[in-house]
Write a protein that binds this ligand. Structure first.
Ligand SMILES: Nc1ncnc2c1ncn2[C@@H]1O[C@H](COP(=O)(O)OP(=O)(O)OP(=O)(O)O)[C@@H](O)[C@H]1O
Ligand SMILES: [Mg+2]
Length: 422
């Protein structure tokens, strides 16, 4: 029985990891220089898979570096929730203990340290010093680092700042920094979600090189899908749904492989439904993780793209391009996270969704907008646009929520993919 070659539900194994050559080279430059790197990327863009790749000895060797000189520790900061710095430092020292089982000088030391009731970053400094004496160094791979920004009753906002400045101290000021390289990932750039800088505060993120994990490019997409023979017409359809997002690409491939293996050619309707069922959490998460302003901008993009597809006389949005030109920073951010894309048509900037399913999802949200939700959104509308313009947008939303049949069915949203299966 041939096994499905696509990876769903876990980070991709290093031998199946596709592309990202530039980022790999940059990461190893930073490791070589015992420096630091902050990678940010949207959902499913491959942050965990990338850090996992950096733990592979094979990739170290391909970059001409000796992995036996490094202690490579991976920790997902979401695993230590609610976040408490002492637990975090303990986890790291414990992971170092696990990774140095054969080292008779490190083992007794870390065992002693782990007996202490409260572990601080200074204990890690001692461990780094000892590693340095052994001609070794630590590569600390911290996934979802932004989880450390969230304060709670036992971890105040001041504690967050103290913790982040301790990390900076370790990686930038201490003399043991020579034995440490830190690579962190987050959904958004650190400066966007972490504590704001003021003159009297430690510039807690200034020691990182920043790199964005972008959607896979055309070549990388082809390589990922080349694990099975996919007809070109279907590839175009996949592009409309997955747009270089590895998680979506793997899901589409997984489903298609499964259906081909079972010998059935599904109808467009069935394929669309199964694909949406398999990826709904992704689109829901993208929507829920967007803030109110971003959600409103996504709604406006969807509404402006619907214009012309529904009855004209009831659909007057006014000039929402002005809003887009005023909110360029937010739109660039959504674009960088792979949610939307931009193109130029007759010298005008046009925004559209990277995935037709995301567009369909946002339209569904608009359809389900009742009077109460509309009232809540009104404040954001009025921050963005004039009273008159807000009224127009509200009228269109009201019209769509009352005329659900005005919108195409799921299958038609899938455009080329539907055409292929038809
Ligand atoms: N470079 C890659 N090559 C092939 N598959 C990849 C690659 N990067 C990620 N994937 C696939 O995409 C899916 C999502 O990857 P991953 O979990 O690493 O993303 P993430 O950015 O950590 O997501 P989240 O934001 O949810 O934590 C996984 O199933 C993985 O198999
Ligand atoms: Mg992840």
């Amino acid at each position: 029985m041939p096994r499905n070659p696509f990876t769903v539900g876990q980070p991709v194994a290093p031998e199946r990891f596709v592309g990202r050559e530039n980022l790999i080279a940059i990461a190893f430059d930073q490791i070589y220089n015992r420096s630091n790197l902050a990678i940010w990327g949207g959902r499913g863009m491959g942050k965990t898979s990338f850090l996992n790749l950096l733990t592979s000895h094979h990739i170290w060797e391909s970059q001409d570096l000796d992995p036996s000189k490094a202690v490579i520790v991976y920790l997902n900061c979401l695993d230590t929730q609610p976040f408490i710095p002492a637990n975090f430092w303990r986890k790291i020292i414990n992971l170092i203990r696990e990774k140095t089982k054969d080292d008779t000088t490190i083992q007794p030391m870390v065992r002693e340290l782990l007996k202490k009731p409260k572990i601080t970053k200074d204990y890690l400094r001692l461990v780094l010093k000892r590693l340095g004496q052994q001609n070794k160094f630590l590569v600390l791979l911290l996934d979802d680092y932004d989880a450390t920004f969230r304060s709670h009753s036992q971890y105040t906002e001041t504690d967050v700042e103290v913790f982040l400045s301790e990390c900076r101290n370790l990686a930038y000021h201490s003399s043991e920094r020579k034995y440490l390289s830190m690579i962190v990932t987050s959904r958004r750039r650190l400066n966007e979600t972490g504590p704001k800088l003021t003159p009297e505060k430690s510039p807690w993120y200034n020691h990182y090189a920043f790199q964005q994990l972008k959607p896979l490019n055309q070549k990388e997409v082809e390589k990922l899908l080349s694990q099975m023979q996919i007809p070109p017409a279907l590839c175009d359809g996949i592009e409309e749904i997955a747009y270089g997002n590895p998680l979506l690409l793997q899901n589409v491939g997984f489903l298609y492989y499964h259906q081909m293996r079972s010998g059935e050619t599904p109808s467009a309707e069935i394929f669309a439904r199964e694909l949406i069922a398999a990826t709904e959490h992704f689109f829901q998460g993208t929507w829920e993780l967007a803030n109110e302003l971003e959600q409103t901008l996504l709604m406006l993009i969807a509404l402006s793209n619907l214009e012309g597809r529904v009855q004209k006389k009831r659909y007057n949005l006014g000039d929402i391009n002005i809003i887009f030109s005023q909110k360029e920073r937010e739109l660039i951010d959504l674009e960088q996270r792979g949610v939307i894309k931009r193109s130029t048509v007759e010298e005008n900037t046009v925004y559209s969704f990277s995935s037709t399913i995301m567009e369909w999802w946002v339209i569904k949200e608009i359809e389900n907008t009742n009077a109460e939700i509309l009232k809540q959104r009104e404040k954001v509308f009025l921050n963005l646009m004039s009273h008159q313009q807000a009224e127009k947008v509200k009228n269109v939303i009201k019209y769509l929520s009352e005329n659900k049949e005005a919108i195409k069915s799921i299958v038609k949203w899938l455009g080329k993919l539907a055409a292929y299966f038809a």
